[in-house]
Design a protein around this ligand. Structure first.
Ligand SMILES: [Zn+2]
Ligand SMILES: [Zn+2]
Length: 509
């Protein structure tokens, strides 16, 4: 997607139906849940409900978009009961890879709908309580009509690893380290960051933070009380020189190998403040999101080449997923006992696996709904149907401030990027309808040198033929333009099997 900085859901359906929307409820502060909220509020300014940290992280985004003063943000917690339209909403605390995550219980006129949010059940969490199983069972006793459950890890048997276990693995590494430590993690993984800060304190190390989102999130979390750290543990980059290598820890962004992240810049010696020293210990404390492998491995290779020792998930238990495995899903289904079940969050294969699991747990196959984006679900007290389908897709945002891009602009950019452009400039004598000068042919990003001369020669011959025909007939300039365009495109495709943008420009003098 050349030149596209952000991809968000197409919100036109919401905008069209804005008078029906009472509010937005956000389960937690991860990017895939809060990233597009600002773009929605721009179109429909409805109240946004979320926990303290969730709204704290959202505030920074809204501030950047100059929407903070107009936004109506409402903080909720485990005791909140929100009445909105004909719905009543409550929130159940769950474990996830960010604090302040809540499942949502919606009491509607036709029954209770439960959305688990992204969740796991961590019996040994870091600075929070275990997913509130009592509340789930209490809601289950009130008869849940429909349960919508996180599917991300529904293909994995057993229980997800506890966040504390990650702390133990990290402790081992910190204890043995005789060099600088560089830890890359998700900037939103507050529990992980807290554990790294605790270990740094324990082993008398100083912490320096790199990466915009990492610095921003840690600052916000400390302000709101989600990260606790003794004074003097976190230092600024100019203080690094006052300490021995083995007493320094860096917390950085870039656990996915993102090109502009701190870790990537450090690996490729492009970071203004730090570069890799021999024997640095780099810990990638995150799992790689499918699709990002190539980028991350490129960074890991480069780190090794520079003499660092790199630890990543497949080698040590330095990351725990924030999403429930099969046993955790089974436990929740047992407590909630819903009539209808709908897998959400994950690829279709994960949702399929979640549906099979629910069937094994005794939920009637007819009562399990595997929906795709755009499917409309009609919920009744005794019947759920899926008949209608609305148009959904994505919108492309160009970060330079241009705003939303159309599909065709993007298609053009892709063609330009992949197949290049061929520009032909022709000057024609208006009276005589003949060529005034030799055509100028310019190509960009299209041909190899080797084939170049032959192809240009052939293009010249074709142009002369076309213009000759024009001289001898009464077709218009724009017809000539089309003839040239069509012939060149066909020829260039035959010759090179590529489809460059062909741009003939004809001037009459
Ligand atoms: Zn999440
Ligand atoms: Zn998510």
């Amino acid at each position: 997607m050349p030149g596209v900085d952000i991809v968000i859901p197409d919100m036109s359906y919401l905008v069209k139906n804005k008078e029906k929307i009472r509010g937005v409820f956000i389960t937690h502060g991860h990017e895939d849940h809060i990233g597009a909220v600002g773009y929605l509020l721009k179109e429909v300014n409805i109240p946004v409900y979320g926990a303290k940290l969730t709204l704290g992280l959202l505030e920074s985004k809204l501030n950047e978009m100059s929407l903070l003063t107009s936004a109506k943000l409402v903080v909720v917690d485990s005791t909140s009961k929100i009445s909105i339209g004909c719905f009543k909403l409550e929130f159940i605390p769950v474990n996830h890879s960010i604090p302040d995550t809540y499942a949502v219980v919606i009491t509607s006129p036709v029954g209770i709908i439960l959305h688990t949010a992204d969740f796991k059940i961590d019996f040994n969490p870091v600075s929070e309580k275990v997913t509130d199983l009592n509340r789930f069972s209490e809601v289950g006793n009130r008869n849940v009509l429909l349960m919508m459950a996180d599917s991300t890890n529904a293909t994995k048997e057993g229980y997800s690893m506890s966040e504390k276990a990650v702390g133990d693995s990290l402790d081992n590494l910190f204890r043995k380290a005789s060099s600088r430590i560089i830890v890359a993690s998700f900037a939103s993984n507050i529990h992980r960051i807290q554990q790294i800060l605790n270990l740094s304190e324990k082993y008398k190390k100083k912490v320096c933070i790199f990466g915009y989102s990492m610095r921003n999130n840690i600052k916000k979390s400390m302000e709101l009380g989600y990260i606790q750290v003794k004074k003097g543990v976190i230092i600024e980059d100019f203080e690094i020189k006052n300490y021995k290598s083995k007493d320094i820890v860096f917390i950085v962004t870039g656990s996915q190998g993102e090109v502009n992240s701190a870790l990537s810049k450090i690996a490729f010696r492009k970071h203004p403040k730090i570069s890799i020293e021999k024997n640095d210990l780099v810990i990638i404390s995150a799992s790689v999101i499918p699709g990002n492998e190539k980028y991350l491995y490129r960074v890991i290779n480069e780190l090794f080449k520079n003499g660092a020792n790199v630890i990543y998930q497949t080698l040590h238990e330095v990351h725990a997923s924030g999403h429930a495995y099969k046993q955790e899903l089974r436990l929740l289904i047992t407590l909630v006992r819903p009539k209808y079940y709908m897998p959400v969050h994950g690829e279709f294969m994960h949702m399929e696996s979640n549906a099979m699991l629910a069937m094994d747990m005794g939920i009637n196959e007819k009562n399990i709904f595997l929906l795709e984006n755009g499917d409309v679900m009609n919920v009744n007290s005794n019947r759920i149907t899926v008949e209608e389908r609305i148009n959904v897709g994505v919108s492309f945002i160009d970060g330079s401030g241009v705003g939303e891009l159309g599909d065709d602009v993007l298609k053009e950019r892709v063609i330009l990027a992949q197949d290049g452009i061929v520009n032909v400039s022709i000057v024609i004598d208006k009276e005589a309808r003949t060529l005034k000068a030799e055509p100028v042919i310019i190509t960009k990003g299209f041909m190899y040198e080797k084939e170049y001369d032959d192809i240009i020669k052939k293009i010249r011959i074709m142009l002369n033929e076309d213009i000759d025909k024009y001289t001898k007939s009464s077709i218009s300039i724009s017809d000539l333009q089309n003839v040239i365009k069509k012939r060149l495109r066909t020829y260039l495709y035959q010759e090179t099997k590529r489809n460059p943008v062909v741009l003939p420009v004809i001037m009459e003098v």
